[in-house]
Design a protein around this ligand. Structure first.
Ligand SMILES: O=C(O)CCC(=O)C(=O)O
Ligand SMILES: [Fe+2]
Length: 403
């Protein structure tokens, strides 16, 4: 197969992904094409174009059946969680004092061992956080609760329950969501009094915290100060993206029949999550067991996405997480994502290339280099599937663009 044919197939896949983002059949076709190309590459053809890579005897472990449904026993199916364990908590005020070195070591350990940890004393005032809770809760009640009752997920769940079916609603999340970013600054999706002012103030504070978290990550990875932030910029006028996702998960009488948010790793860089003070639901896959991220009043939960895994050359892995529905109480979460610009080129930091890459399911020896926009196109199709085929697909896209 020539480089040209490979190029054509990849372009067709990306086009299908863009053009048919809503059509089920098109999405299926695009998914099939992406997997076919990934398989072609894995079977060894890619190595002709891409240098040393995985060999034909490597199996892709997708943990999904041919219809895209999670196969039983995979982390994508509905496992029960173990009892909550001791959580990873960092007193962030200590990074500015004489305990800085120890605190940085602790943070480095948590990124590697947990992938998620909670920041307390992070510098964002309780007064502001209380206002954020108030306006988001009011917004849900006034502007969103009524339509959530008629949402697709609720309807599908009610149908299953009505039929007394043993099945579970798949491919849908029982989550009310809206997004905020600098791009929709003029037309915010909420008219609740005080919402816009409060959430803008919160986003400004959180962005500063995000910068500090990334600078500490630079230091822990022995990278120059500002390395990660700069890597996320895609050149002039294409600065890194900072978006906020406001979610509500109303109580659900049949938690075994639906997901609140299916298992996934995050697509981007650093995620700063302000979760509910009381109602749990977020779980991470820690050492093969689903484990609660316990609510901790006014803490900010930090985790890293696939792009940090690549930049750090696998030292900080993106961790599989999900939200499970709760029978009691409505859960609110506000996740802010510090992600690369779509035009940014992402690759392992050259300073870290000597480090050994462990646990790459594909037996790859290095992480790929790619344009973040291409990664996002693949992610939109494959968010709730394992990440390794995503890395392989964008590697092939990069080669097709440069060969
Ligand atoms: O709601 C949560 O706690 C987690 C949300 C999340 O994982 C996401 O939006 O990617
Ligand atoms: Fe997530």
């Amino acid at each position: 197969m020539s480089c040209l044919v490979l190029k054509f197939l990849l372009r067709a896949t990306l086009m299908l992904t863009h053009v048919c983002s809503r059509g089920v059949f098109c999405r299926y076709l695009a998914g099939e094409l992406a997997m076919m190309i990934t398989k072609i590459w894995i079977l060894g053809l890619g190595s002709r174009f891409m240098g040393p890579g995985p060999r034909g005897d490597v199996e892709i472990s997708l943990a999904h059946d041919q219809f895209g449904r999670p196969s039983s026993g995979s982390p994508y199916s509905h496992w029960t969680a173990q009892e909550p364990t001791t959580q990873s908590v960092v007193d962030f005020s200590k990074v500015d004092g004489k305990e800085r070195a120890n605190t940085l070591t602790l943070i480095d350990r948590y990124y590697q061992e947990w992938g998620f940890f909670q920041l307390i004393n992070h510098g964002i005032s309780e007064e502001l956080l209380d206002r954020v809770k108030k306006v988001t809760t009011e917004c849900y009640k006034l502007e969103r609760a009524a339509s959530f009752k008629n949402s697709k997920s609720v309807q599908l769940l009610n149908e299953l329950v009505g039929k007394k079916s043993d099945e579970k609603v798949e491919n849908v999340d029982e989550e009310d969501v809206f997004l905020l970013s600098d791009e929709n600054d003029e037309e915010w999706p909420s008219k609740t009094p005080g919402f816009k002012e409060t959430v803008k103030e919160y986003r400004t504070e959180l962005k500063k915290l995000g910068h500090k978290v990334m600078e500490i990550m630079d230091e822990n990875l022995s990278l120059p100060k500002g390395y990660i932030k700069n890597a996320f910029d895609g050149g002039e006028d294409n600065t890194a993206f900072f978006g906020t996702k406001v979610s509500h998960y109303p109580p659900c009488p049949h938690p075994e029949k639906i997901n609140a948010l299916r298992a996934h790793t995050d697509v981007g860089g650093v995620v700063l999550l302000f979760q509910d003070d009381e109602v749990k639901g977020l779980q991470i896959l820690k050492d093969g067991v689903w484990t609660d991220v316990q609510p901790l009043k006014n803490a900010i939960v930090i985790n890293t996405g696939d792009q940090i895994e690549v930049l750090s050359n696998g030292k900080y892995k993106s961790i599989l997480h999900r939200v499970v529905p709760q029978t009691d109480g409505q859960r609110r979460s506000i996740a802010s994502f510090y992600n690369p610009s779509f035009k940014a080129t992402i690759a392992p930091a050259p300073q870290l290339l000597d480090a050994k890459v462990e646990n790459m399911a594909s037996n790859e020896t290095t992480y790929p280099k790619f344009i973040f926009g291409d990664y996002m196109s693949v992610y939109l199709e494959q968010k709730f599937q394992p990440k390794e085929p995503r890395f392989q697909a964008v590697k092939a896209v990069w080669v097709s663009k440069t060969c």
